[in-house]
Structures are given as C-alpha cells and as structure tokens.
Design a protein around this ligand. Structure first.
Ligand code: ARG
Length: 563
C-alpha cells in the first residue's frame, strides 16, 4: 500500500458519509516540499456539505483522524498535511526488498498470457534507420516490463522482406550486380542497385515490366527468384545482427512480410465472404467511412497485395498462434493511420480482438532539427554511434578506474547502455534531436550515471561485508533516508504505470530519481559509522542496488558491479 492509500483510508473512516474513497483519492496531493509532509488533503470540497469555511473544517477533521500511521498531521490553512510514520514504513519496505530481491514489484496481472510485440522490423536491402533503432530498444524494454507484470512477451521482428521492390532488385542485380560486391557490403550494394534501377527505368520503362514479372515469379515460388531473394535476406540479416548483438536484443520470431505470402488468399476470401471488398478502378478496397477513415487498399489492379494485406494476415496469424491477451506494435507515429485502418478492417471482419491490438507509437529522431533522410551509409552511422559510445566509455573508465579487470566488457555495457538509455529516458512520443556528444555524456541524467551509482553502492556493501538478513528489523526514522525510502516504496506503482502506459521512460525516470536521491544520501550521511543504525543504512543501500539493477535490466542495460 502506498502513502496515498494509507491517508485515503484514514480519511475515509471519518468522511464516508460525505465523500467516496475514489473522491478522496482524487483530492489528495503530493506536496511540493518535504516541509509540508508526504501527502496533503485540501478541505475545500467539504465546505458545501459542512456549511463552513475550509480553514475551519481542517483542524476539526485533523482531530478526528486515527493517527496510528502518521508521525503527525499538521493543519495549514485549509490543508491537512500528513507526515507518514517513517520507521514503520521503512521497516516494511526494506523487509520486502530483502525478501523478494529483484522480484520486488513483480505482479501477476498477465497470468502468463502471451503478448506478441512487433518490434524493430527493418526493411531488407535497406539500411536500418534511427526509427528502427527506436522501435528495437522501446519494444525490447516493453517486453521486459510486460514480463515483470506476468505476461509472456513474444518478440517478433516483422521484417520488410516482401513487395514489388524485390522484383526490381532481382532485375538490377542480374543486370548490374556481382556476387562479390554484395558479399562485401551487402546493404550498400543492394541499395546502390535499387537506386540504379530507378535511374535506368526513366529511359527504359520496360524494366518495370521485367521487375513485375520477377516479383510474380517470386510469389509463385520460382527457384531462381526465391534463392536470390533468400540470399539478399540472409546478407541483410547479417548486417542487422551486428547491431542486434551489440544491443543484446533477441527475437522469438523473424517472420516478416514474406511469411504471409501464402496466407493472404484466406484474407481475401474472408473479406469476400463478408462482402467487404469493393471494386474501385480495378483495385479492391474496404470502405471505412464508418470509422471516418479513407478506404483501405487491399489488392491492386494487377493482383498484387499490399503492406496492409500482409498485416491483416499477420494479425490473424498471431491471434491463432498465440491466442494473445494483447498484441503490440512498436512503430513510429508516422504509421498511425495505417494501424487505425488495420484495426478498422479487422473490426469489420468481426474480429473483436482487434481491440486488444495496440499501436505503440514514438516520435522522430531529428538531426539539427531536420528529419534524417534515408541516404546511403546509415547502417554505418548506427554501428558507428555504438562504437564511438563504447570508445568514449573506455576512455572515461580508464581515467576513473585504471585497474579495472574487465575493462572492455564494462566499456561495452556502459557505451551501448548510454545509447539505449538516451533513447528511453524521454516520453516515447517526444521528438528528440540526436547529437553524439549528448548521447555519450556521462554526467547528468544518463545511463552511465545510473550504472555508476549502482557500482558505487555495490562497493559500499562490499567494503562493509554486508549481506541482508531476512529476519532482521531494519528501521530508519531520519529525514535523509526518507527520500530514498519513498522511492523504493513507490516501485510497484512505478512498474504498473510503466506497463499500463507502455512507457519505458517511467522506469528510466525512476532510476534517475533513485540514483540522485541515493547520491545525496551518500553525500550527507556517514553510512559506515559504527552505531546501532548502521545495518539499517546498509539495508537501504542494498535495496538501492537491487532496484537500480532491476530498473536497468527492464530498460535493456547491464549493471556492472564495478566500473
Ligand atoms: N518495415 C516497416 C517499416 O520499416 C515497419 C513494419 C512494422 N510492423 C508492422 N507489422 N507493420 O516501415
């Protein structure tokens, strides 16, 4: 139970004739400064019923409240300021963390039901973009958060590995490509071929027919077409995997758009059965005017299916295969319209589970205020960013701790962690500007700062030779520890908030606040002083290490013990 619940309960016992529990909870405030206690209740709402001024009501109310859980209840004008009983709360909170360790804050809301998460999903033969990086790290973290509250996450990389562009690529490769060039620099070479196709087609329009014919062959399973396509896909995957390995992201499925090639006839049949397909200039569409949306284009006049057709097949496949509780799509907010249409078509088809599909959108990364353009060499940039972050981490670690044993390992965890944390610390819908200097900064609200704080707390425990005792009573009454205790107490609520908003930034912000509060504590209190509170202080330090490490894990970062 958090402090607001405790206060609400105490108030409800006195006010139940006038206000509901819900109304009381809504009125409670978090005072800005610690001088005004931990929770405040404004008495304005009672003025009408009591026919008195709130300033008069407040002291009378304070008299009546059972004070067992409070150090004091102070009246300031119309406000009741509740000061929680620090000793009782710290004892309970520390005992819980000591007992539950990294499982503190776990919940079983998911009851082990499946939640497929569509994440990363770059396009074969093209560089992986900053947007795909965002999708990867946000989706990965949401997976950990959902798992913490009891769901079974299934990470699906819905690769963009199908579509008419593969016909173009085959034509271009056969005309102007070479095996060696593709092997050497797959993405750059495939992109070059694609660009060349578009240049040449200007003067040779017949290339388009050739490309269409090759894509048709691919769809029909022609051996040569399939083996070329497979090869492009494998070579692209090798490049993507370099980045996934660095980020340590693992997928449960690489079923991309191609996987649904043989599953689209069924979608068309279902749509026909329900009389949902309408002809429109030779193409087939689903009318969505009832949803205030433009029609969804399902099949082009030449019979080719589209991105949305494959997404319809994928949605149905996921429902059948995983019987999901929720189905999550972590994709940039520029695709919001697509997901609205997708859900609307499924709804029209009678699939009410489409309500359990959630598009988890995120904002753009800009550079110098401008949208990043899809230009050559972006994949190098992303790898470069990670490598530069690692180099910078190595430099700073060498300065701070020259004798550190596994320096390279730690530098990797810190450098890559810096990039991930930078992406996750702001609300996902925010647009943010990307500068390398900003990412690899090791001070301020960064991943390395949290990691460093964790390592510092670990070293205190090590120095003291402290291991927590499940049967001990760790009690702290002082103001200095209270800020830290409160952040530990809020942890289960923090997890729930992050999960229900699909918002890793909630975790990142908690980690920063906890690290800051701990560093302040460390600066002001002699933790290792020999007095009867020493073990309680060390138990607090222990709880901080457990939570910081868990926060970092939920974001996809390591927490090295030393750095
Ligand atoms: N490959 C797409 C792109 O890069 C993203 C796919 C997202 N997932 C999905 N099921 N539509 O834009």
């Amino acid at each position: 139970m958090n402090n607001k619940d405790v206060v609400a309960k105490a108030l409800y016992a006195v006010l139940k004739d006038d206000l509901s529990m819900e109304q009381i909870e809504k009125l409670l405030e978090n005072p800005k400064s610690a001088d005004h206690g931990d929770v405040a209740f404004p008495a304005f709402a009672l003025a009408k019923a009591y026919k008195k001024a709130p300033q008069q009501i407040a002291p009378e109310l304070a008299e009546k409240i059972d004070g067992a859980n409070f150090e004091k209840i102070e009246v300031v004008g119309p406000y009741l300021n509740f000061f929680m009983n620090k000793g009782a709360i710290s004892e309970k909170v520390l005992a819980t963390v000591v007992k539950e360790k990294e499982h503190y804050g776990d919940a079983n809301i998911g009851e082990n039901r499946n939640v497929p998460i569509d994440l990363s999903s770059p396009n074969i033969a093209k560089p992986i973009s900053m947007g795909h990086l965002r999708s990867t790290v946000i989706g990965n973290s949401i997976g950990f958060i959902m798992e913490k509250i009891g769901y079974n996450p299934i990470r699906i990389n819905h690769l963009g590995d199908w579509g008419t562009q593969f016909g173009k690529l085959i034509v271009a490769y056969k005309k102007w490509g070479s095996e060696e060039a593709v092997k050497e620099q797959p993405i750059n070479e495939l992109l070059r071929l694609y660009v060349q196709f578009h240049e040449e087609v200007e003067t040779q329009p017949e290339l388009d027919d050739e490309a269409r014919a090759w894509f048709k062959k691919l769809e029909d399973g022609d051996k040569e077409a399939v083996s070329l396509w497979q090869w492009f896909r494998d070579e692209s995957m090798k490049e993507f995997n370099k980045i996934y390995d660095m980020l340590e992201v693992k997928f449960d499925s690489l079923n991309g758009e191609a996987f649904y090639n043989d599953k689209m006839d069924e979608i068309i049949e279902l749509l026909e059965e329900k009389h949902l397909l309408k002809e429109d200039r030779g193409a087939e569409i689903v009318d969505l005017s009832a949803y205030d949306l433009n029609p969804a284009l399902i099949r082009k006049s030449d019979g080719a299916t589209l991105y949305i057709t494959r997404d319809l097949a994928a949605a149905l496949y996921r429902k059948r295969t995983y019987d999901f509780a929720q189905s999550i799509y972590v994709v940039g907010n520029e695709q919001s319209y697509h997901f609205k249409q997708l859900k609307a078509v499924l709804k029209e088809m009678g699939f009410d589970w489409s309500d359990d599909m959630h598009h988890i959108a995120f904002g753009l990364i800009t550079q110098g205020g401008k949208k990043l353009s899809t230009r050559k060499g972006k994949i190098v940039l992303l790898e470069e960013v990670l490598n530069q972050a690692i180099d910078s981490a190595k430099e700073q670690i060498s300065e701070k701790n020259p004798d550190l044993e596994n320096k390279d390992e730690v530098a990797k965890q810190v450098g890559v962690g810096a990039v991930i944390f930078h992406d996750l610390k702001n609300d996902r819908l925010n647009t943010f500007d990307f500068t390398l200097e900003e990412v690899v900064r090791f001070e301020g609200e960064t991943g390395p700062y949290v990691q460093y704080t964790h390592a510092r707390a670990m070293s205190i425990l090590e120095k003291a030779g402290f291991t927590p005792d499940e049967n001990a009573h760790y009690t702290l009454n002082d103001e200095a520890s209270w800020e830290v205790v409160k952040l530990i107490q809020q942890y289960p609520d923090t997890i729930l908030k992050a999960a229900s908003n699909y918002e890793p930034s909630v975790i990142a912000k908690h980690a920063i606040k906890l690290a800051q509060a701990f560093n302040k504590y460390y600066a002001n209190v002699k933790i290792l002083a020999d007095d009867n509170q020493k073990d309680a202080r060390l138990a607090l330090v222990y709880a901080v290490t457990v939570l910081l490490k868990e926060d970092l894990r939920l974001l996809g970062l390591h927490a090295p013990d030393k750095m």
